[in-house]
Design a protein around this ligand. Sequence first.
Ligand SMILES: Cc1cc2nc3c(=O)[nH]c(=O)nc-3n(C[C@H](O)[C@H](O)[C@H](O)COP(=O)(O)O)c2cc1C
Length: 371
Amino acid sequence: MPDTPITFGWFLPTSGDSTWLADPSGHIPQSRALFDEIVDVVDKAGFSYMLMPVNAACWEATVVGSYYAARTKNVAPLIALRSAYCNPVLSAKMFATLDQISGGRLCVNLIAGINDDDTKADGIPDTKEVRYEKMDEEVQIMKRLWTSHEPIGFEGKHYQVDASIEPKPLQQPHPPFFLGGASEQALEISAKHSSVHLFWGDRPSGIAKKIEDLKVRARKYGREEVLQFGMRLQIVCAETEDEAWADAAKLVAGADGMRLANMRGKTDAVAGIRKTSEANRQVWKLLEESGEDMMLAPHLWAGISKVRAGAGIAVVGNPDQVAATLDEFVDAGCSSFCLSGYPHAKAARIFSEKVLPKFKGRISRALPQAA
Ligand SMILES: Cc1cc2nc3c(=O)[nH]c(=O)nc-3n(C[C@H](O)[C@H](O)[C@H](O)COP(=O)(O)O)c2cc1C
């Protein structure tokens, strides 16, 4: 769908930033000053949303999102919500309040959690399967609370709710949901509830197949035209291709085997993530199959997956090459890009000055419509 307007988002690294992912000396700790610098660049640059992630090392996503909703004028927080962590009546009320206070600048990213061990350590004993069951019920409850003026009488397997809430959200019918996950349950819930399904990196041909599958699922719920698709990618962009590859090499220099940044620091984090996350298994499989150079396509590089879980696939190149590679994902059916790069303020500045202008006339700042 090359004519579909494209929406860009950026990532706020609330577990800290880095200039050298393979070595702790490259870590830039979390601080308000770090976040302020990144958010100020992003807010002025033409991005529509800013992803606030969740994990044990992250600052709390809804609190950070609320603070930056007040500090910014344009960009909307895309707040990760982990199922089973929060009573859905409270979630509905917090998000409706934030949507009102921010002038309708809020999106919610549905997340089941990347590692069962971490979730258990947080005091949530549910398996991933149960967390997804709860996610489905939580979203149903939030949607009904946001749109009903009567007590909703919800009778689910995990929740029984007979409330109504105020305020209602400003965005009508309610703020949009994004979802990141790749298991059967994730795909089904996304087809049923999301406005944007987010993928970690893959080749454009692989993404086209996944989109086809999701469209078939969405059709069952009458949502084939509603569900949009987005890529969560890293960007390593420099004036010349050689500089970009040198920057990419520096990021992972000295990495021996898997070392995970941004996790709780347990030695078995890799095993826990592999066990829990289909989305991550797919990314690490691409890395394993890519061979010595870790290339998936001419400007698509899996190298960052050696040193972090999740968004480890990067677009590497000069501004023309980066824009052309993103356009391959547009041709595959994507209309949203949730991006990041190291360090985040500098990478956002380069992307906004050098790459965004190449999409002139094709960018939408409007948030996706929920339905
Ligand atoms: C784009 C994207 C963003 C994600 N963000 C987070 C996050 O902030 N925190 C987290 O714990 N997991 C995150 N995840 C992982 C999800 O928790 C996902 O549900 C996990 O991979 C396990 O589910 P699955 O087997 O359905 O893939 C993200 C996944 C994707 C694809």
